[in-house]
Design a protein around this ligand. Structure first.
Ligand code: SAH
Ligand code: SF4
Ligand code: F3S
Length: 469
């Protein structure tokens, strides 16, 4: 008996890093059923849109994309071929049946908690449209196959690992608690096993993911809940794993053990994404963030006391209902005080079903546009200042790939800055001390500090070993 011809799978990913991770896991789930990832939409047998619901724009994109997919499928059907269309992710979870009502060409709608059921759902969809947005009782991660080495290796030296999903915080602007469900942490051993596999496949840097990653409280084998600080200590013990990061954190969940991990673990990068959203106590309260401006600033002080070279990034929302000019200026003020190495900022987007949607005093669009421009000017200025402050410093750079020019390599600093330098190719996969000599628009350039080049033959060996497996 011969195997059936491989089927081609095209996944388009929107939204956050958790969706990026999930898309790979969907591909893992379908691999044993003959689905091979492709980058060519036109010839795919199954197209999955892994969607994001966080702001209206993100969510509406899906429907225009579905319109284009329908046209493509009509053409292919006319040519005697076919294509299945699936919608996954947070829009799928939030809209469910509504997606099929608006876009009847869709065969399959399934939420983030159903990815382990994907092969069954695809089989069912051959017989008619399927919607699965249940929050099943079983642990999806128990039932998903381990990340495949080929995928990990093709992604290179860095990988994401989801350790926590969902959110119980219910900030009044946010859909995540509805689309991802209640907060769940993966058991410690499951996380450690996945991390070891990734490292064996050549990964040197892991970013732990969760909508509230620092609320992690995974169970140990003996049934004790372990926090993120302790988990990071355990991960740091894995030989060959050189760098650790985590995102996204909530200020309320930065506990003592996690701050101490920043003090004690060299492998934990001194770069923290710690969104504050607003600098106005009145707005923070209306957002249900459950901390005020001073608590946030004091927390940053404690973190910087533990790790003086720590740099911050943040998220900000302008134009939350009721935000006055004075409230907005308080946001600019907290940005000046906290000092960010980078930041993401958004106009408040009304999300159906969230408390913010029915609040009075929605802010007019033109005010949001104007505030966003002022805020972005400030954070860009800070980002440039931070990059300039790196000139003359020696930063560890994980060399990840060949650079744009011959003889150049490219990598990332601890602060996720892209760094270019002249270096021989055999150093790819190693971390080198690099003196930063110049700042470009989107990257830094530097040179390996003479006499300090680290020869990590063992790392390179284990990587080529993984490749030949
Ligand atoms: N859990 C993280 C945030 C996840 S959502 C935290 O609590 O910080 C990522 C970012 O999207 C948020 O930090 C926020 O800045 C932005 N965001 C979420 N909902 C939004 C909305 N309705 N309008 C505009 N921006 C929003
Ligand atoms: Fe959304 Fe707030 Fe949860 Fe972050 S903490 S995911 S902003 S509800
Ligand atoms: Fe978007 Fe869902 Fe992530 S709404 S930001 S894809 S958790």
């Amino acid at each position: 008996m011969t195997d059936p011809a491989p089927k081609k799978l095209f996944i388009k990913t929107y939204g956050c890093q958790m969706n990026v991770y999930d898309s790979d896991r969907m591909a893992d789930a379908l691999a044993p059923h003959g689905y091979v990832p492709t980058t060519e939409l036109e010839s795919a047998d199954l197209v999955v849109l892994n969607t994001c619901h966080i702001r209206e724009k993100a969510s509406e994109k899906v429907f225009s994309e579905l319109g284009r997919l329908k046209e493509l499928r009509d053409e292919r059907r006319a040519a005697g071929e076919d294509m299945m269309i699936g919608v996954a992710g947070c829009v799928a979870q939030a809209e469910g049946e509504e997606i099929i009502r608006r876009s009847p060409a869709v065969d399959l709608v399934f939420g983030p908690q159903s990815y382990h059921r994907l092969p069954d759902l695809v089989a069912k969809a051959l017989g008619g449209q399927v919607v699965d947005t249940e929050f099943p009782p079983e642990d999806k991660f128990e039932h998903l196959p381990a990340p495949r080495k080929e995928v990990t290796i093709s992604r290179g030296l860095t990988a994401f690992l989801t350790v926590q999903e969902g959110c119980d915080k219910f900030c009044s602007f946010c859909v995540v608690p509805y689309t991802r469900g209640a907060e769940v942490s993966r058991p410690v051993n499951q996380v450690l096993a996945e991390a070891r596999n990734l490292v064996e496949a050549g990964v040197r840097e892991l970013t732990l993911l969760g909508q509230n990653v620092n609320a992690y409280h995974g169970l140990t084998e003996s049934g004790r809940a372990m926090g993120l600080g302790e988990l990071l200590h355990r991960l740091a013990e894995i030989p060959g794993l050189e760098r650790l990061r985590y995102t996204t954190s909530h200020p309320r969940d930065m506990d003592h053990a996690l701050i101490e991990a920043h003090r004690d673990l060299d492998k934990l990068m001194p770069y923290l994404h710690l969104p504050v959203q607003s600098g106005s106590d009145r707005i923070l309260k209306a957002m249900n963030r459950r901390h005020d401006r001073d608590e946030y600033l004091r927390l940053i002080e404690r973190i910087k006391a533990a790790r003086p070279d720590m740099a911050l990034s943040g998220d900000f929302i302008v134009g939350f209902p009721g935000e006055t000019e004075e409230d907005f200026e308080a946001t600019l003020a907290i940005i000046r005080e906290a000092q960010y190495a980078s930041a993401f900022s958004f106009k408040y987007s009304t999300r159906p079903g969230t408390p913010g949607a029915t609040m009075n005093e929605q802010v007019p669009e033109e005010v949001k546009v104007e505030r966003l421009a002022r805020l972005q000017a400030l954070v860009i200025e800070q980002q440039r200042a931070f990059n300039r402050s790196c000139v003359g410093r020696t930063l560890d750079v994980l060399l990840e790939r060949k650079g744009r020019m011959p003889g150049q390599l490219g990598g990332r600093s601890p602060y996720l800055q892209a760094v270019h330098l002249d270096a021989p190719e055999h150093l790819i996969g190693t971390i080198q001390p690099v003196e930063i000599i110049d700042v470009g628009n989107n990257s830094l350039s530097g040179k390996i500090v003479m006499g300090m080049e680290r020869n990590s033959a063992s790392l390179v060996e284990s990587r080529s070993f993984a490749r030949s497996n």
